[in-house]
Design a protein around this ligand. Structure first.
Ligand code: ADP
Ligand code: ASP
Ligand code: MG
Length: 447
């Protein structure tokens, strides 16, 4: 079997949904499971409505509710007809009126807990996959629609739930039964707790859903269909002269995803590695383009791509007590652990430690606890720039070339990962884009 995941822009309207179904129909003999995101921008639209509901502002919510309704209804009218359209209208109206009642209820209460957020967010994927499934039926395909919440089982960490892997795998095997010639359609991003309460896996989580389903069913491959020609040498929206990468290892792709390449969700890689399943990243606009294959096989050493991540906080911790003392680092990490704050980069010297974090919810508490035994200095508005590729250090000129490019850039921290595939630099946020462009021009520009 194979899994095909279509992102929001790949299902943004009736034409695009048809393109996605063309791509799927051509592979019907491979027993496909189609995993879809919400239609382009729907999740953002729902988030906007939730913000208004939270302050009881239903007036400003109404036009957004109309937008949500029109987008889905117009798509249905554009490509459905007869009895299929009648059933689709009933289903879409049912979902939309549930959504509106829920939103109105929350606006009366002026609250939107993470649990309520997930209930509302789930409608995006439930609406898009209903449309896809009715359209597949209209096109004469043998289609089975499955609600992902029956087999993707998570903990109760609403808005970024963690899947209960063994249980989900067992349920996937029980419920999702791919057969050659039949299309299974289901949602990415959404899941449910063991007691049946709706949860979501975090923004961009549909990629992860696809690889979890693929791993559970020992897929031949997982295809991530998006709006660019696979993983590129840098973000095509920000950097000029980027190229598509034809093959990349799981480790390299994982590192790129974690350090800012939004094209695949960072969690996507792990389930695929576990079962050694190739993950193809392809362009729905240009299916003939080979895209990128993420696999175990090494495809050459040296720099592959440059990513960046903004809104990073750099924490410099220094203490003379660190000199020749043991236990200092463990004291520091215990504090991060206690406050459930994950650390991205770390670099140490004899008397100081520099650390970067993304989540600053507990920053004040962390600072306070550390101040008891060290001087703590926080720099906000930083960015991480990551240069990723196998065995970067084997090229003896690599670092010197990096630093020649960075002559005018104040580099606040450097970390060459122990994995040898990531050289990360912390720079002020206002220097992020120009630095990435300069580094890309130096190393990866098209010949
Ligand atoms: P989808 O809706 O298909 O999940 P996303 O918007 O989540 O799509 O991811 C695709 C986008 O990721 C691209 O349009 C591109 O702007 C961005 N992106 C960032 N870094 C990279 C990269 N290195 N290669 C390709 N795309 C990237
Ligand atoms: N619809 C969700 C989002 O926009 C999940 C996804 O697209 O992967 O984040
Ligand atoms: Mg995405």
């Amino acid at each position: 079997m194979i899994v095909l995941k279509f992102g929001g822009s790949s299902v943004q309207n009736s034409e695009w949904i048809d393109k996605a179904l063309d791509i799927t129909a051509a592979q019907l003999n491979k027993a496909p499971v189609l995993v879809s995101s919400a239609m382009g921008k729907t999740t953002d639209l729902i988030l906007e409505m939730m913000k208004l509901a939270e302050i009881g502002d239903m007036n400003n919510c109404l036009p957004l509710m109309d937008e949500l309704k029109n987008k889905h209804m117009q798509t249905a009218y554009a490509f459905l007809s007869g009895e299929v359209l009648e059933r689709a209208e009933v289903r879409l109206n049912e979902l939309l009126s549930q959504f509106i009642s829920l939103l109105k209820g929350l606006s009366l209460l002026k609250e939107c807990s993470p649990r309520s957020k997930d209930a509302l967010l789930s409608f995006g994927e439930r609406l898009s996959t209903s449309l896809i499934s009715y359209r597949a039926e209209e096109r004469g395909m043998d289609v089975e629609f499955l609600d992902a919440r029956t087999f993707m089982i998570s903990d109760e960490n609403f808005t970024s739930a963690a899947l209960l892997l063994e249980l989900s795998e067992k349920k996937i095997k029980e419920i999702v039964k791919p057969v050659a010639g039949k299309l299974i359609v289901t949602q990415g991003f959404i899941s449910s707790t063991e007691s049946g309460v709706t949860t979501t896996l975090g923004r961009g989580g549909s990629d992860y859903s696809a690889s979890i389903i693929g791993a559970a069913l020992n897929a031949e491959e997982v295809q991530i269909w998006t709006d660019v020609n696979g993983i590129m040498t840098s973000d095509p929206r920000k950097v000029t002269g980027v190229r598509s990468i034809s093959s990349i290892t799981y480790n390299e792709a994982g590192e790129l995803a974690y350090f800012g390449a939004k094209v695949v969700h960072p969690a996507t890689i792990q389930p695929a590695v576990r079962k050694n399943i190739p993950v193809l990243v392809k362009n729905t606009r240009d299916p003939a383009h080979a895209g990128t294959c993420i696999e175990a096989k090494l495809s050459g050493i040296g720099l592959k791509a440059i990513t960046s991540k903004k809104d990073i906080t750099l924490i410099n911790i220094s203490s003379s007590k660190m000199l020749n003392a043991y236990g200092f680092l463990s004291k520091i990490f215990n504090i991060f652990e206690k406050h459930q704050t994950s650390v991205d980069l770390i670099s140490t010297s004899e008397v100081s430690v520099s650390i970067t974090i993304e989540n600053t919810d507990s920053l004040e508490a962390i600072k306070e606890e550390m101040s008891v035994f060290a001087n703590v200095c926080v720099e906000k508005n930083s960015s991480i720039i990551s240069l990723v590729g196998q065995d970067l250090w084997k090229d003896s000129h690599f670092t010197s070339r990096v630093f020649s490019v960075l002559q005018d850039t104040p580099v606040r921290m450097i970390s060459l990962g122990s994995s040898d595939i990531n050289l990360s630099l912390v720079v002020p946020m206002e220097k992020q884009d120009e630095t990435v462009q300069k580094l890309h021009d130096e190393f990866l520009k098209e010949a």
